[in-house]
Each structure stands twice: as C-alpha cells, then as structure tokens.
Design a protein around this ligand. Sequence first.
Ligand code: MN
Length: 205
Amino acid sequence: MFSLPELPYSYDALTAAIDAQTMEIHHSKHHNAYVTNLNTAVGKIADLQTKSLEQLITKVNDLPADVRTAIRNNGGGHWNHAFFWQILISGDKAKKKPVGKLAEAVDRRFGSFERLKEEFTTAATGRFGSGWAWLILKEGELYVTSTPNQDNPLMDVAETQGKPILGLDVWEHAYYLRYQNRRPEYVTNFWEIVNWEKAEELFVG
Ligand code: MN
C-alpha cells in the first residue's frame, strides 16, 4: 500500500510562486487521488504487491494489460508529485540559481542558467495540454524534456529517458487558481522556489 507523503513545508510556504489554496488542493486532493487509485490498481494483482513504486512505473510495458493504464497514470502521478514537492522550497530559503556541481554542469551544457531557463520554459509552455517539464540526467549529460499526462522520464514509455533532476507540473490544476491561462508566468515564478540544493543532491547522487 502506498501512502500520501507529508509535505516538507506548509501549504503557504511557496507563495512566491504557488498560493496556499492550490497547494492544499493539489496535495490533499489530486496527489491523494493518485495514491488511492494506484492502490486500487495494484490491489487487483497479487504479483504487483511486493513491487516498489519505481519498479512499477519503470516497466510500464511489462505490466498486466488490465492495470497498465491505471498504474501508468496513477503510479506516475504519485511518483511525479512526491518528486515535485521535494524539489520545491520556500522563496525565503531558495538559492534562486543552481549550486555546486550542478551549477558547473548547467554552465557547461547550456552556456548559462539563463539559457537553461529559456529551454525549460519552452518545454513547459510548449507541452500541449497536461504534462510535465523536466531537467534530466541521461548518460552523464543534462537534457530538458517534457512528458504528457503523468508520464515521467523514468518510464520505458517515455520518449526521452533519464533521471529527473527538476520537474514542473504544468497541468492546469497546478496553477489555474492564481494564473488562469498564464502558464508562462507560473513557469517564471517557479524559479523563485526551486530547491537547488536538493536538485544538486539528485545530480551528484
Ligand atoms: Mn499535479
């Protein structure tokens, strides 16, 4: 059985980019529903009940057909949101730019943090409908990518696979109360609340 993880901060901690009401609904309703629906799907197949979340979602193609879509969507939803909460931090504590070895890698790969932001913003605003934008590590190199729905770069079904370093939820439920149709503004403010120390930990880990 999977359970909803507690947030590492309060619902009003991220107001530099995300309002408290959005955070509360996003965590206690949306994320919680992914967890509940994942448990329902996994509960149908005994062989799946010993598997970790990563084991379930990395091999979508190997899942039994009758629960494949449910686990792809809800297992992905659970993993993505648990990840997302970890790479955010209150605007007061945020470093506002990459740190340490990740900062060096960003400069090497993209030329500058500004260029990374441009590429990431293009991925986030260009993702049609619901999905995620990602900064990933693939064979030792950083890439910007995006996925539809609740897919993520760990999945065998992802177009570009790799280890997520940053992720941004661009479903309307993530930003609509405050930004309505202004997704680019939400993406701009995202940079105010990135937990760059956590991102570097993922990068070197
Ligand atoms: Mn979401």
